[in-house]
Ligand binder design. Structure first.
Ligand code: ZN
Length: 424
């Protein structure tokens, strides 16, 4: 058992009651504690059990775009490429792509996804197709359409408030500083504060975004200047831009943050923001070095996200899978000095806290939701986190809310399915 908030427990057990964890500890202690009240015991054999992983940034609906966009020479070229591709896709293609992503997440041990949603009219139906805890952050832009920010926001709020409740939640996602107006950012910030919703935004992803806001120059600025008023450019860094327009007023999931300037890291830390790093997407674009040390020194929690498979390198030998474990392995390659324990925190307790669910998700502890992933592991507890980072293929089994929702072929004779009903 790997509780994450405590050292791994050899020969451990987790006692689950309904949707939640009642206790975690050595098997003999849990057996005595449960006594006559214990239900059936499931022996997972030579396995390691972790909390279900929490993906802090994802675009499920682009899963089917894997390999369709070659890594671009410049960031604006990629934006143009995906806009063209999206305009050619049908509802049915987006539907299949979103579901494929959700299935890959489940099979790779992710149980909670902070997902950027672009298919407002399909969203209720899509969310109903998966047992995952999907936190749907509805994407807003408004630059090309020239739509009134208040109207855009009102439409987004109506969609989100009309969704049937599920295991996850909802939030707002103004896409990025360059694709939104300052008025939209301010309106979103005010609405999120009022509703108690989380906000997520791509920020300081590319050098050209940084140049646009700092210096009114570069390829992104040249492309967008004819399309959007640019009085907000040349005034400071992208992070300062978000701060100026209220987006740091409540805890923000700031995605990418590859470029910092001045006191940006301290500014994010002081406002309770978390930063989401997406290792494979980062490599795909060849972005500037991720400023992990600066952010950590300032006290900004770092989370890991998958981003989308549209910005992940694929080859015939290694078809891409939407998987946080794959992201961990890419991170270990890019930054060999990082300990597996620290990486594990970035896909469990850090993103749980970023979603406002500290002690509820991302750990095996009394009172937490019973979301688990299981991998085969016959080694010692000292290498168990490393075993997760280097695990390949689907996990052995995934549980959400006390119910086994994915069981691989190697575990099907051990794990009873359908043992507890429905959400939460
Ligand atoms: Zn993204």
């Amino acid at each position: 058992m790997v509780p994450v908030t405590a050292p791994p427990i050899p020969d451990g057990a987790v006692w689950i009651s309904g949707h939640r964890i009642r206790a975690v500890g050595p098997f003999c202690e849990i057996r005595d504690l449960a006594g006559a009240t214990a239900g059936p015991v499931t022996d997972l054999g030579d396995s390691a059990v972790f909390p279900g992983l929490v993906n802090a940034h994802c675009h499920l609906d682009y899963t089917g775009m894997a390999g369709l966009l070659v890594p671009p020479r410049g960031f604006p070229d990629w934006i143009k490429g995906i806009l063209t591709l999206k305009s050619q896709w049908t509802d049915a293609e987006f539907d299949a792509s979103w579901r494929l992503g959700a299935r890959q997440q489940l099979e790779s041990g992710t149980t909670t996804v902070a997902n950027i949603e672009t298919r407002a009219h399909q969203l209720a139906g899509l969310r109903a197709t998966t047992p995952l805890r999907v936190f749907s952050f509805l994407e807003m832009t408004g630059i090309r359409s020239g739509a009134d920010p208040e109207r855009l926001l009102a439409e987004a709020m109506e969609v989100l408030k009309g969704l049937p409740p599920n295991r996850g939640g909802v939030g707002l996602s103004p896409h990025a500083p360059y694709s939104t107006s300052p008025a939209l950012l301010r309106a979103v910030a005010a609405a999120a504060r009022k509703e108690g919703w989380r906000v997520t935004c791509h920020v300081a992803e590319s050098e050209s975004e940084f140049d646009m806001f700092m210096y009114r120059r570069g390829p992104l600025f040249s492309w967008l200047e004819p399309q959007r008023p640019c009085e907000d450019c040349g005034l400071g860094s992208p992070v300062q831009h978000l701060h100026r327009h209220g987006l740091l007023d409540s805890p923000l999931l700031a995605v990418h943050v590859n470029r910092l300037w001045g006191d940006d890291a301290w500014r994010l830390a002081a406002r309770g923001a978390s930063v989401v790093h997406c290792p494979r997407s980062h490599t795909y674009f060849g972005h500037p070095r991720f400023p992990r040390e600066e952010l950590t020194e300032a006290g900004v929690p770092i989370c890991i996200g998958t981003d989308s498979l549209a910005s992940t390198r694929v080859s015939r030998e290694t078809p891409a899978t939407l998987s946080l474990i794959e992201e961990l392995r890419a991170l270990a390659t890019a930054d060999p000095g990082l300990s597996p324990r620290r990486m594990l925190a970035e896909v469990t307790v850090h993103p749980a806290r970023a979603l406002g669910l500290k002690s509820v998700l991302g750990e095996l502890n009394t009172g937490a939701l019973a979301d688990l992933l299981v991998i085969p592991h016959a080694g010692s507890t000292t290498t168990v986190e490393e075993a997760l980072v280097h695990h390949r293929g689907p996990v052995a089994a995934t549980m959400i809310g006390g119910r086994w929702e994915w069981v691989g072929p190697g575990m099907s004779d051990r794990v009873p399915t359908g043992t507890s009903g429905g959400p939460p």
